[in-house]
Design a protein around this ligand. Structure first.
Ligand code: SF4
Ligand code: SF4
Length: 108
């Protein structure tokens, strides 16, 4: 059993790069996400120099970090986590929630 402080999915650079959330229809219309994506290259450059990524800077990997900090997402659109290699690697289909981690919280 994982604790809240011990996510099933690591919040790693590798998983940030693999995450499909930036292209998800749930986030497409979000001004908040658009602003974060605009800064993501700089964030990742800082991470490559040794700075730890923070959940608030990355509009994705919600299976690891939990509910999105952006509040203007549209969960009536389809979640595309099922197309993600992170979702497949960690067998997130068998967990709760099994998708919409941005709305429902991290995978446990
Ligand atoms: S499973 Fe979903 S939230 Fe997790 S990394 Fe993949 S697309 Fe992002
Ligand atoms: S967790 Fe699912 S619904 Fe939310 S942004 Fe990522 S792919 Fe889309």
């Amino acid at each position: 059993m994982n604790k809240r402080s011990d996510p099933k999915v690591p919040f790693s650079v590798e998983n940030i790069k693999r995450c499909r959330c930036p292209g998800c229809p749930v986030q497409n219309g979000s001004q908040c996400v658009s602003e974060k994506l605009g800064k993501l290259d700089d964030v990742m450059k800082a991470v490559s120099r040794g700075k730890a990524p923070t959940a608030g800077d990355v509009p994705g990997v919600y299976c690891s970090t939990g509910v999105a900090t952006c509040k203007d997402l549209n969960p009536t659109q389809p979640c595309i986590c099922g197309t993600c290699s992170v979702w497949q690697q960690y067998n997130l289909a068998s967990g709760k929630p099994a998708g919409y981690f941005c709305r429902s919280g991290m995978a446990v």
